[in-house]
Design a protein around this ligand. Structure first.
Ligand SMILES: [Zn+2]
Length: 390
């Protein structure tokens, strides 16, 4: 499958086999002409060709005085065709060169479906994303092919999963996407993340896999980090067309090296990097919140923002709203902050070993509050320091 080639396939049926067997198809420049002798123009009215708008410039049906119908398909690019006639059904395949278009994907909208019943899932670690429509529309999309006009899309498959329609889009590299609703379709823009999103954040749940981080009373730091910054924050960023896009350095309980975490910010074109950890000390009297940045990664970035400025916002908001002890903004050479290409902070939310912090860190309401405060602070950062992208 060559992603630069689009294949459009449609069928014409509803008339006699003897007539369909006499159909001729010819190509003249960018125009493909289908001639059907002595039949009714009516049979063509039921077909909608709007799905193919990116490939087909014009679709005309004419009838001469003797009942001969000619269908002229004017293609945007230099296209080729193949056709077959079997049991009164004429199938025509048009294979066109990539011609671009406003949107990478265009899906016809089933009647009664709105964007409210559409969800999305970004599988960015495997260069895929899913468009999930509530209900069974597999047959609908088999009959109304999804129009592709981006050469970065390497495949689109439609599957029925738990009664919902999952459209999986594969791309040749990590891509951002936004799904919009139009009057008769859903359209999807696809491109490098920085061309798609106004703001991009990497959220980094510290530790993972065999690396539990600090532990106390059977509670593992890696699980607290993950629950707060992934599980409880995921819903804040699930919109079909978000202004702020989040990429998580891990989205399961796996070990990821520090160098991969830092490099991930560059890979996704992030604006800022936020790592979450829980502190630990030998004395249970150590309690409170501190936020770190690296003095060697503190240069002025978009709108003049710096790692220190971000660290200060996080520290202030967390301490004020959670009521934890203020241990301040601190500097250290932590790998993920020091070896990052964007403003980066590391939050030590509280002490897993702390006599007063342990109960807080393991409480559901404290965890939800922490997730909300981190979310609010991300919004505050991009409001105070606009990236300049739209
Ligand atoms: Zn840690």
């Amino acid at each position: 499958y060559n992603p630069a080639i689009q294949c459009i396939s449609f069928e014409i049926k509803g008339t006699k086999k003897e007539i369909m067997d006499q159909v001729t198809v010819a190509k003249n420049g960018k125009v493909i002409s289908i001639t059907i002798p002595k039949t009714s123009k009516y049979l063509l009215d039921q077909f909608s060709f709007e799905n193919f708008i990116n490939e087909i410039e014009k679709f005309e049906v004419t009838e001469d005085g003797s009942g001969v119908i000619t269908i002229n398909i004017s293609c945007m690019g230099d296209s080729d065709f193949a056709y077959s006639s079997l049991d009164g059904v004429l199938t025509i395949n048009i294979m066109g060169e990539y011609v671009g278009g406003d949107y990478a994907l265009k899906l016809k909208k089933p009647s009664g479906v709105t964007i409210q019943s559409v969800k999305n899932e970004d599988l960015y670690q495997s260069n895929k994303f899913k468009i999930i429509i509530s209900g069974n529309y597999k047959d609908f999309y088999d009959q109304n092919p999804i129009a592709i006009s981006s050469n970065v899309i390497t495949g689109v498959s439609t599957n029925l999963v738990d009664g919902n329609t999952e459209i999986t889009v594969s791309t040749s590299k990590l891509q951002g996407y936004k799904i919009y609703e139009k009057s008769d379709s859903f359209v999807v823009s696809v491109g490098d993340p920085r061309t798609i999103y106004k703001n991009i954040v990497v959220l980094d749940a510290g530790h993972g896999g065999y690396d539990s981080g600090a532990t106390h009373n059977g509670t593992k730091e890696k699980d607290l980090n993950y629950k707060i910054i992934y599980t409880l924050m995921k819903g804040y960023f699930s919109s079909n067309a978000p202004d702020t896009k989040v990429y998580w350095s891990r989205s399961s309980d796996v070990f990821v090296t520090l160098s991969k975490r830092a490099a991930f910010a560059s890979k996704v074109g992030a604006d800022i990097f936020v790592s979450l950890h829980m502190n630990s000390a030998s004395s249970s009297s150590a309690n409170g919140t501190e936020v770190y940045y690296s003095p060697t990664n503190n240069s002025s970035s978009f709108s003049g923002v710096s790692s220190k400025a971000i660290a200060t916002l996080f520290k202030n908001n967390l301490v004020t709203r959670l009521g934890t002890i203020n241990r301040g903004v601190k500097t250290a050479g932590y790998y993920v902050t020091k070896h990052n290409t964007v403003p980066a902070v590391l939050i030590e939310l509280g002490f897993i070993s702390g006599s007063s912090d342990y109960g807080k860190l393991t409480s559901s309401s404290f965890q939800s509050n922490s997730a909300k405060i981190i979310y609010d602070t991300i919004n505050e950062i991009f409001t105070t320091y606009p990236t300049g992208r739209k």
